[in-house]
Design a binder for this molecule. Sequence first.
Ligand SMILES: Nc1ncnc2c1ncn2[C@@H]1O[C@H](COP(=O)(O)OP(=O)(O)OP(=O)(O)O)[C@@H](O)[C@H]1O
Ligand SMILES: [Mg+2]
Length: 346
Amino acid sequence: MKSFGNSELDFSQLVKYSLDTIFVLQDCKVIYVNQAAFDLLGLKYPDQIIGVEFDRFLHPVFHDIFRERLERVGRGEVTELMEQKMIKSDGEMIDVEVMAAPYIVDHQTLAQIRVRDITIRKNTESRIYNLEKLSSIGQMAAGIAHEVRNPLTTVKGFFQLLQKELNHSYFPIIVDELDNAIKTLNNLLQVAKPDFDNEANVSINLCSELDSLIFLFQEKLYNVTVTKIFRDSDREVVGKKNLILKAFFNLIKNAVEAIEGKGEIIVEHFYKNGRIHVKIHDTGMGIPKEQIRILGTPFFSTKTDGTGMGLTQVFTTIHEHGGHVHVESELRKGTIFYVELPCKSV
Ligand SMILES: Nc1ncnc2c1ncn2[C@@H]1O[C@H](COP(=O)(O)OP(=O)(O)OP(=O)(O)O)[C@@H](O)[C@H]1O
Ligand SMILES: [Mg+2]
């Protein structure tokens, strides 16, 4: 095989196809960008960026610091990595990490700006932060729920005894409402302290369990087609069966409830890279963008009879099992919940 010398290597290709976004600036104006920059900023044509001041793509909060860092580059310094925000061509804000260094051509110091998209990392960080917040709120709530549930259960017991001696048309309503309150507290306890029931870990074949769960919705599904795409159906996950089934029950229930009139629910199962992936796709009403962020917050519900604990249970359970939930949704088009869980090793 031929070995290449430096003179034969075309290093410009390294820049052109680099995964990092690279901008070259002359006096704050962009004079070169690589392909990754087009992808990052959602640009189509060179004239959307070439000759344009770099600030245009930067959140105004960072304009001063950017100029100051550029001056340092002019003096030959390499600036440290800094988190900033850039603005895409459609106005969307993205989190990035930026570094600037001198790039000397013909005795002139230009600036090379390297930008890395850190949206995924930022989202994960905020999820973890929310989860931590949730777990401390959860612990408090669990304590209170526990204290309130016991007297309520006692009240219900005595009330039922009383019903044997007395009769009144209000009594069934009182028992119903007590049941609702106890059910809510039980839900809260299960979500806030998933170990509450101290369930043992067992092997779970998600395909057959998903099959049974879908069957539970049979009577609600006359206008809804359910398509099952189950691949790798012999694979299993390990975990607390009741909690995991409840999580998938909650996701399917939401999918069913999101569809008014006719629609479709597609449930997919497959194995990839050591993980089991389950995708629950509905063609329902979709979720507004600003609400996607708060999904999973206890008691967040847009339904008149919803408790808003369904997704809290889903997120808590899947994370407790080392998994991950991702949501994509478009208004009036539908929603996809992607769930992945570690696969049991064979
Ligand atoms: N597949 C979906 N399509 C559209 N909106 C959804 C979907 N899943 C969840 N949501 C939205 O998220 C909110 C919270 O869901 P969550 O399951 O936590 O509570 P809920 O469904 O309202 O009440 P509960 O689960 O107690 O019946 C819902 O009220 C709804 O607005
Ligand atoms: Mg729900």
